[in-house]
Design a protein around this ligand. Structure first.
Ligand code: GLA
Length: 383
């Protein structure tokens, strides 16, 4: 990949002084839709991600070529960082630079940049956060900004919240900034304290399956769920003195049934129970109880299906197909409404499970899923 990036940089910019960077995608193992509720999340970074090669220019333009997004150069300057719907992917680049500038950091020169990605786009593996962190990291390195990794993650979140307009939490950017090979992080999204936990799965493997259902309308549905949680908090906070929805106790959850609408109660129940599952699952993993960990993943999916309602026929079919084919646990990952499922399978059953799942899913849904077997990678870095 590195060689290919260097060749493309030469071809498009006629320069040989580019530095190559890699920013991973991520998969969240458990702790879904609670990073904007102050909860624990448990993601790891992937060997699928976004590659960039960049070198500084001597003016304030940024010139980007990106495979597969555009054959033409996309050009903008550092003083006019405005959204342009026709180049949605470039908005993440502009938004990332703007997030740095808005924090008061100085950037004097633009860059020449060539980008390639190996992540499926719109599949819930965080291709957008991967791109954001790539850009933030490149500008940090080239301008010697000395941002630490949590600071980079916060800037990435600002891109989503302030430039793109999605009220997302910090999970995706944080794992991409801080990931360590063969580890997942247990991140407390309330305090941003985090712990690197070895992802040692013994005779099991992680399998990611893309439903190939594009996540249409995902942003507006996502913001709707965010708002429902805010509505719940505005009622429960004065009543119970809680800081966030994830700090609700079992008793308080029970009492809140009479205070909330039926829908908002179910959203709240997902948040509260998912927090418990995430804490338990990280313990199970550390104690080497892989099957117990996997079962909590499946329970998480059921809660996202029934209480949070962010799954849909494709993701539900895929989870059922994986479990019927022998997976020990499976759940949707990321925002939902399409995208990917993550499963734990016995390594020596990988082939059998893949084949059976493919048949069941294709028969019911009418098109094929895609399979990725993955290993946890390092965070954004120079390669
Ligand atoms: C998206 C958001 C994250 C998180 C997940 C759901 O990936 O970017 O912040 O909320 O959805 O857990």
């Amino acid at each position: 990949m590195k060689k290919n990036m260097i060749e493309n940089f030469k071809k498009h910019f006629n320069r040989t002084d580019g530095q190559v960077y890699y920013s991973p995608g991520r998969v969240n193992l458990i702790g879904e839709h609670i990073d904007y509720n102050g909860g624990f999340v448990f993601p790891c970074a992937l060997s699928y991600g976004t590659y960039g090669i960049a070198a500084m220019r001597d003016d304030r333009y940024v010139r980007v070529f990106s495979n597969p997004f555009s054959k033409e150069a996309y050009i903008f300057d550092l003083d006019h960082l405005v959204k342009d719907q026709t180049h949605a992917w470039a908005d993440y680049i502009k938004g990332s630079i703007k997030a740095i500038l808005d924090k008061g950091y100085k950037i004097e020169f633009g860059i020449d940049l060539y980008i390639e990605g190996t992540l499926p786009v719109n599949a819930g593996l965080s291709s957008s956060s991967s791109l954001e962190l790539l850009i933030i990291y490149i500008f940090d390195q080239l301008n010697n900004l000395k941002l630490n990794r949590p600071e980079m993650a916060i800037l990435g979140k600002n891109v989503e919240n302030n430039f793109i307009g999605v009220n997302s939490g910090i999970m995706d950017q944080f794992i991409i900034a801080t990931a360590k090979k063969n580890h997942a992080i247990l991140l407390n999204t309330d305090t941003l304290d985090y712990q690197q936990i070895p992802l040692y799965l013994k005779e099991y493997s992680l399998l990611i399956v893309n439903s190939n259902k594009q996540r249409g309308l995902a942003d507006s549905k996502y913001n709707e769920r965010y708002q429902e949680c805010q509505d719940s908090l505005s009622i429960l906070k004065p009543k119970f003195g809680i800081k966030n929805l994830c700090s609700l106790t079992d008793e308080q959850l029970e009492l809140s049934k009479d205070l909330l609408s039926e829908t908002v109660y179910r959203r709240t129940r997902h948040v509260q129970t998912e927090q418990m599952r995430t804490i338990l699952s990280s313990k199970a993993l550390q104690d080497g109880h892989i099957e117990a960990f996997a079962k909590l993943m499946t329970a998480s999916h059921m809660s996202l299906k029934n209480d949070y309602e962010v799954t849909g026929i494709e993701l539900d079919t895929l989870v059922d197909a994986l479990l019927d084919s022998g997976a020990v646990g499976a759940r949707m990952t990321g925002a939902g409404f399409g995208g990917c499922v993550v499963a734990i399978v016995k390594t020596d059953e990988l082939e059998k499970i893949t084949k059976l799942t493919q048949e069941i899913y294709t028969n019911k849904i009418g098109y094929e899923p895609s399979f990725y077997s993955v290993l946890p990678e390092d965070g954004v870095s120079i390669i």
